[in-house]
Design a protein around this ligand. Sequence first.
Ligand code: FES
Ligand code: FES
Length: 159
Amino acid sequence: TIETMPLNVTINGVKQSVRIEPRVTLLDLLRERLQLTGTKKGCDHGQCGACTVHIDGERVNACLTLAVTTEGRDVTTIEGLAKGDELHPMQEAFLEHDGFQCGYCTPGQIMSAICCIREGHADTPDEIREYMSGNICRCGAYSNIVDAIMDVKQGGKKV
Ligand code: FES
Ligand code: FES
């Protein structure tokens, strides 16, 4: 028999109580157990950023995070950003600036972009490029992504 452990974690404002194997990643918990498939699996090895989510407001790669380490914490995924019909300002900006092509990297880019601003690393395009370098876009939408982040930063809206 496989040992499981209890886990209580708040995801997008909803308390979840599950039993999971200790080796399960946060990414697999989200996608396979909770059907929150907006968070993408690119590499599963911390190399691409497609799986970026927030834990207590800070960005992490969900593929490198064991789900059991989120006990008692607050996780936000791309599904948790919009408030009712209203998109998050970063989602709006990605739409406005065409910050995506195939869209596979986009949830991770948006989650990371929000923290790039929160961390105070979005003052110049160069700085944004540096602090977004963990998020790979195979379609090469980088310049539009930087434009979107600059726009949100300069707009001064709370992220
Ligand atoms: Fe997590 Fe690539 S899937 S960094
Ligand atoms: Fe296709 Fe970034 S939009 S990988």
